[in-house]
Ligand binder design. Structure first.
Ligand code: HEC
Length: 166
């Protein structure tokens, strides 16, 4: 009675089902890719966005070629460096004491410090209230990591990965 119509609908369903399955596979692949790149972006941060955050540091710190100490020490190659080791810079006694047993500025230590310097080092002379937004912290750290000890450009992801192992 309704044989032809039923047959047609079944065929349609089959085609539909096939397309849907392929679409879901593609969607799944895109999702996996997004999650993977998202994770890298989150751990390393965006150095370009960090350059803007760094405007809050500029009054006291220099970075890049020819950077000199100002109110605060110059920050070239700071990621991976031992805290408190910039020559010719006079750190506060509190900072020197805190830095003594630290081996390297890495993402974790820098995040703690920049979120609230005065809570990390009692008596620090870095008069800065701290960065509250997590993305400002990861981004400014990526920006700092993009300078080597001479103030030349380097890959921030590599610098942060190397510092994490120190
Ligand atoms: C008002 C001035 C001022 C501002 C603003 C400031 N700093 Fe500092 N910073 C200092 C001083 C001074 C020190 C030395 C701290 C001490 O000796 O107690 C310091 C120390 C540091 C150190 C330790 C360096 C080392 O040799 O181990 C880092 C890293 C740092 N600042 C990063 C930043 C960043 C990033 C920002 C912006 C988000 C910032 N500072 C904003 C003045 C400032």
């Amino acid at each position: 009675m309704c044989g032809a119509a039923l047959y047609c609908r079944r065929e349609e369903d089959l085609i539909h089902g096939g397309i849907m399955r392929s679409l879901m596979l593609v969607a799944g692949a895109i999702l996996t890719l997004t999650v993977a790149t998202g994770a890298t972006a989150q751990t390393v941060g965006d150095a370009d966005a960090g350059k803007k955050v760094y405007n809050k540091c500029r009054a006291c710190h220099a970075v890049g070629e020819g950077a000199k100490n100002k109110v605060g020490p110059e920050l070239n190659g700071i990621i991976g460096e031992k805290p408190g080791s910039i020559e010719d810079y006079k750190y506060s006694a509190g900072f020197e004491e805190w830095a003594a047993d630290k081996t390297a500025w890495n993402e974790a230590l820098m995040t703690e410090w920049l979120a609230d310097p005065r809570a990390v080092v009692k008596g620090t002379k870095m008069a800065f209230p701290g960065l509250k937004k997590p993305e400002d912290l990861t981004n400014v750290i990526a920006y700092l990591a993009s300078f080597d000890a001479e103030g030349k450009e380097r890959d921030p992801a590599e610098a942060l990965a190397a510092a994490a192992e120190q």
